[in-house]
Design a protein around this ligand. Structure first.
Ligand SMILES: [Zn+2]
Length: 265
């Protein structure tokens, strides 16, 4: 066994042993803003978010409607996001925020009576993320209300590039239907806070994927740092690396297929 093989073997074994101790830090399970709501994580019928407020933004349906409310911290971030867009000539319109269990039940019963019991186009009551009060469906003055073609508008383009800076993520992306269980909804934005939103945006993750990804990210970053130290490599880029090919005299790190770094000894 060569020196390189030995180093790699020791590191791989030690990191495999360490994996059980990895604590997720970006997605915090006790943080309400990080809570995942889906058909596997249903909210109780009596769950009402604290601090529901009506943000000072342009609404699609004016008035003191339930759907025009949202949780306070999410509301402040929403106002900042809408104002920032406005300064760049982009006019956003808030369509639907908080949705109570009672309203979900009514919508569900209506849909089932119209389309039959097997209809999948409506969420089971308690499974709608709108009940948590951290979600806003958004449209722009260019139209395409609650349609996938909303993603052809300048308003959507602005949101796609900037929402994370205000703590919002596009919760149901086009390429994540198999993960979220929800069809592509380019209009549906969820507040998770700036740090987690930026992490999702940067790494192209749906909320359901963060925990696993974070463990993997941590694992490979640590492994990479140890290797850099062990091999006395001074010139490197510290981006996360997700695949490692080990050959007899070299180690190749590949970052999501975009960049490769090969170290030879
Ligand atoms: Zn929605």
């Amino acid at each position: 066994m060569g020196k390189m093989d030995l180093i790699v073997t020791v590191l791989l074994i030690s990191f495999l042993l360490m994996r059980t101790d990895i604590q997720a830090s970006i997605l915090q399970e006790d943080n309400i803003y990080h809570q995942i709501v889906n058909t596997d994580n249903i909210l109780l019928a009596d769950y009402v978010p604290p601090n529901l407020v009506k943000p000072n933004v342009l609404f699609y349906n004016q008035g003191n409607l339930e759907q025009n409310y949202i949780e306070q911290e999410a509301a402040i971030a929403l106002e900042k996001m809408f104002n920032s867009a406005k300064q760049e000539g982009i006019t956003l319109v808030a369509v639907s925020g908080y949705r109570s269990y009672a309203r979900q039940l009514m919508l569900y019963n209506n849909a089932i009576s119209n389309h039959g019991i097997d209809y999948k186009g409506v969420a089971i009551p308690g499974a709608s993320e709108h009940q948590i009060g951290l979600t806003m469906d958004i449209v722009g003055v260019s139209g395409h209300l609650l349609q996938q073609s909303f993603d052809t508008t300048p308003e959507w383009e602005w949101l796609a590039q900037n929402a994370h800076l205000f703590g919002y993520i596009m919760r149901y992306p086009a390429d994540k239907e198999h993960v979220t269980g929800i069809i592509y909804e380019p209009w549906h934005f969820r507040y998770v806070g700036e740090e987690l939103a930026t992490y999702c945006y940067t790494n192209n993750l749906a909320l359901e994927e963060v925990k696993d990804f974070e463990a993997k990210d941590f694992y490979f970053n640590e492994l990479f740092q140890k290797l850099v130290t062990s091999l006395n490599i001074v010139n490197y880029n510290s981006s996360p690396f997700y695949n490692i090919d080990i050959e007899y005299t070299s180690i190749k790190f590949t970052n999501s297929g975009l960049q490769s770094y090969v170290f030879r000894v």
